[in-house]
Design a protein around this ligand. Sequence first.
Ligand SMILES: [Zn+2]
Length: 169
Amino acid sequence: MFSIIKSVVIKKSPRRKRTVSAKLVDGVMEVLAPANISKADLDKVIENLKRRIENKKKKAEINRDSQLPRRAEELNKKYFKGQLRFNRIEYSVIQRKRFGTCELRNGTIYINECLRKMPQWVEDYVIIHELTHLVCPGHDRRFWQLVRRYPKAERAIGYLMAKGIKETT
Ligand SMILES: [Zn+2]
């Protein structure tokens, strides 16, 4: 992937004790670090910060023209009479072990961005799975009864298992 960070400028300050901070200005990552930090530690911190900045940017780009909210509303209408309420549904770029998550406390559903490259009926299954958690937090019988109203649920579960990522939560 094309990197949005063109260069890194490190400013060391003796007044900084431990923390390293960074901001991105016109493609230049400005890093403020304590004067006594070792090169190895600094490299590690910069790598992490870079990854976070790149992920944030990637996430914003992926979600900018995402079809997810429209898709989720269609599935909400089709399977839940449009009665489900959630705040946001968006792609996540960092959940590697999960296909989706539903955070009930803030009504946000995250869908792993890797689903974008899979068939629509597989992504629909994950959306339905997470939507169902809005009314059934656990994976009990009632939960699976609701999810299996989607005709391709079993097929999608098999498809995702073959991909090797743990599971949808
Ligand atoms: Zn689940």
